[in-house]
Design a protein around this ligand. Structure first.
Ligand SMILES: [Zn+2]
Length: 96
């Protein structure tokens, strides 16, 4: 789960990441950064034509991981737990 730090959707979340592109550092987040696309008749999502809501990828630098115990977006640190590297909340050290 992530929260949005900037842009039109600032302050929204926690929301689920749908997909992520590591090369371009952009991610599609559920319900965040949507656009209306006008489509012609016969489109699978809108047979009679009209406007369809489509997801648009958002830059990952505008996102922060959501910590369920702090209830906010937090910075992530790494910690070695039982020999394995784990992501932990930078504030409360909860494993994310
Ligand atoms: Zn936390």
């Amino acid at each position: 789960m992530v929260v949005v730090l900037s842009g039109n959707f600032r302050g929204q979340g926690p929301a689920k990441i749908v997909s992520i592109d590591r090369d371009s550092k952009r991610a599609v987040v559920e319900g965040i950064n949507t656009a209306l696309k006008h489509v012609k008749r016969g489109h699978p999502k809108s047979p009679q034509g009209g406007r369809v809501t489509i997801p648009v990828a958002i830059d990952v630098t505008n996102l922060a991981l959501h910590c369920s115990s702090c209830n906010r977006g937090v910075r992530v640190k790494t910690q070695v737990i039982d020999g394995a590297k784990r992501r932990v909340c930078g504030k409360c050290k909860k494993s994310l």
